[in-house]
Design a protein around this ligand. Structure first.
Ligand code: GLU
Length: 290
């Protein structure tokens, strides 16, 4: 039997903090305990926010923590063709449509819906897509795309759900409400998610499932802030006929006010802590691993 394959998948849009340290160290520990491999994936599809110096800092900070990973490192910005191919597959199944509303227009539509009652929000608290682009006739779509209007390509969620049965995943960690074991996935809670944009041929959701499959990932170990998004990942895996990894969502490290850590602050950034003389062994203690 081939060994299990784990991955740590940071985005180089800031410096790593204690939350990343917990994730990276847990991946390394679980890989070691199971005789598995550890891969590093640089999630750099957001070209506006990702920077080479942050990527260099990721290698530096992880090496300082004592982590070892395989080379070459998988960088998402080198795999646009894979994401485009997956998108084309979903398009051929009739599951993708372009929407043209700006963020401001979406905000106005949501406000109008909310004035009439409750408008649903996704598990991250963002309102579901309120627009009517799905019913736009093809000629109009083509014309607007041809005129160079910005657009987002969305998954037609009801149509996608009609193609799959009940979706579940095996969870060995826990969700925000303590969910563990065999989890019933609820992708409908996310509405018609964005799969790509005019200038970016993939979203996080699409890239993560395509890459987990391409890299042969068997075990996804990541923060519980991504627990509910796993439902979208299971749906995309099923539609694209990709294998299903095991999932282990771990607790988040919170700041003194109980909020999720943002990229690099004085008290929790790995670079800052290191500059203050904190050792890797102390980092392990700080994230509650010893
Ligand atoms: N790139 C994501 C992050 O830095 C992690 C994605 C994942 O592990 O699926 O939060």
């Amino acid at each position: 039997m081939s060994p299990p394959v784990f991955r740590f998948a940071p985005s180089p849009n800031g410096y790593l903090h204690l939350g990343h340290a917990l994730s990276a160290l847990l991946n390394a520990e679980m890989a070691r305990a199971k005789g598995g491999r550890l891969l590093l994936r640089i999630e750099d599809i957001d070209t506006a926010r990702c920077r080479p110096e942050y990527e260099a800092a990721i290698y530096d900070d992880l090496a300082w923590l004592g982590l070892q990973w395989e080379s070459p490192v998988w960088r998402q910005s080198e795999h646009w063709d894979n994401y485009r191919a997956a998108l084309t597959k979903l398009e051929a199944m009739g599951l993708v449509y372009p929407s043209f509303e700006t963020r401001a227009e979406i905000g106005r539509l949501v406000a109008a819906r909310e004035a009439q009652g409750v408008w649903p929000r996704d598990p991250d608290g963002a309102p579901l897509y309120p627009g009517s682009a799905k019913t736009m006739v093809n000629g109009e779509r083509g014309r607007r795309m041809q005129f160079g209007e910005p657009y987002a390509l969305r998954l037609d969620l009801p149509a996608a759900l009609a193609r799959v049965g009940a979706l579940t995943w095996a969870e060995t960690g826990a969700g925000p409400a303590g969910e563990t074991g065999n989890i019933a996935a609820d992708p409908a809670a996310w509405g018609d998610v964005i799969l790509a944009r005019k200038e970016t041929p993939t979203s996080y959701h699409l890239a993560v499932v395509v890459d987990d499959a391409a890299q042969g990932i068997t075990d996804v170990v990541r923060g519980s802030d991504l627990f509910y998004a796993t439902a979208v990942h299971r749906l995309l895996q099923t539609l694209l006929n990709l294998p299903q990894p095991r999932y282990h969502h771990h607790r988040l490290i919170l700041d003194a006010d109980g909020n999720k850590l943002s990229k690099s602050t004085q008290s929790t950034g790995l670079r800052e802590l290191r500059a203050q003389g904190v050792s890797p062994a102390e980092i392990r203690r700080l994230v509650g691993l010893d």
